[in-house]
Ligand binder design. Structure first.
Ligand SMILES: [Zn+2]
Length: 350
């Protein structure tokens, strides 16, 4: 698990706001040593294929994360920005950020007005919309800011740094979906010499947080028979959170089969198979009903049978995303069993 923690830390430290995934793609390519065999399509998906023919199974995890992009440099040197993906305005205040320029990262902060300067006590209770916020990069003029290398359209990430929490949890920014990237990397390592029948395609996709765009391309260009999507899913077990009428995941209870979400319904046959394999192999799994969507929606619309496998996550899209390392390991085990079974390779005698 230490090895998985280290890989996750390296993965989450990388900036990869939707549309700016290159550092993540380069890391995965190098770490797996696949530069000669993998390819990158026009939108930026990293694609690695093993074998040929049918069945064609694809594993998909998205490299991008939610974040910000610089839209304007003000006369006073501060930056205006827009949000990329689902960022809650409430998490933006009092944050350290990094602006990713062509010359490397530059520090900035999104400040907060101190109580000492407030004239109306009600102000403290209000959410400030992102349109009203600025990034302070410690300069006093546009020229000075430009001298730091900052340009409009540079991407911005909120403070990073993965840490352990309790016995088996980790907390950080960008775990959605570097967790899926890591599960896919580890699954590939365990499957690459498995003599599978047919074709296995590993896809690290782009722009999921901006409308599943990378997966939409894959759906048309690859058109696999089966697609296993590896992502995170919001858990309902944070202190003080009422999950209401839904049944979200609980951390540590195993990977989640996400049969139903806001935009897709998984393949009933794949759901049955996952349940049966989990039982046979004694892999804990949970079945959840949650909101949101995954890349599965896009590929399903093009005709693939899909199953999203999620790792439960507290505080999704914030700077305090929390997942369980145990759930990650069990997700890898489930994915490996599913791929072997779908490829027709009987693994029951192992
Ligand atoms: Zn995600």
């Amino acid at each position: 698990m230490t090895e998985m923690f280290d890989m996750l830390r390296e993965l989450t430290d990388l900036p990869g706001v939707s549309g700016y995934e290159t550092p993540v793609r380069e890391y995965i390519t190098e770490r797996l040593g696949i530069a000669k065999v993998a390819r990158t399509d026009n939108i930026g998906n990293l694609i690695l294929e093993i074998g040929t023919g049918r069945p064609h199974i694809a594993l998909v995890a998205h490299m991008d994360e939610v974040g910000l992009v610089v839209t304007k440099i003000e006369d006073d040197g501060s930056l205006r920005f827009r949000k990329v993906g689902g960022v809650d305005d409430r998490i933006l205040l009092s944050r350290k950020v990094k602006i990713h320029t062509a010359n490397g990262p530059v520090n900035g902060v999104i400040g907060i007005k101190p109580p000492h300067l407030m004239t109306d006590p009600e102000e403290m209770k209000k959410t400030v919309s992102f349109e009203k916020l600025r990034i302070d990069v410690g300069t006093r003029s546009r020229k000075e800011t430009e001298r730091l290398g900052i340009r409009v359209l540079d991407s911005v990430t909120l403070e990073k740094g993965l840490e352990r929490l309790g016995r088996d949890l980790v907390v950080g920014r960008g775990l959605d979906d570097r967790v899926g990237c890591a599960i896919l990397m580890e699954s590939y390592m365990r499957l690459k010499n498995a003599k599978l029948r047919g074709r296995l395609t590993c896809v690290w996709s782009v722009q999921e947080e901006m409308g599943l765009r990378g997966a939409k391309v894959i759906a048309h260009t690859l058109n696999p028979d089966y697609v296993i999507v590896l992502d995170t899913c919001s858990s309902g077990d944070s202190p003080g959170v009422d999950e209401g009428h839904l049944q979200p995941a609980i951390l540590g209870k195993g990977p989640a089969i996400r049969f139903f979400d806001s935009a897709s319904i998984a393949s009933p046959a794949l759901r049955e198979l996952a349940r049966e394999l989990a039982k046979r192999r004694k892999i804990p799994v949970q079945e959840i009903v949650a909101g949101g969507t995954t890349d599965a929606t896009a590929v399903q619309e093009a005709g693939s049978a899909v199953i999203p496998i999620g790792v439960g996550m507290r505080n999704t899209h914030s700077t305090t995303e929390i997942v369980s390392l145990k759930d990650i390991e069990n997700a890898v085990r489930l994915v490996v069993e599913l791929v072997k079974s779908l490829s027709g390779r009987d693994s029951s005698s192992e």
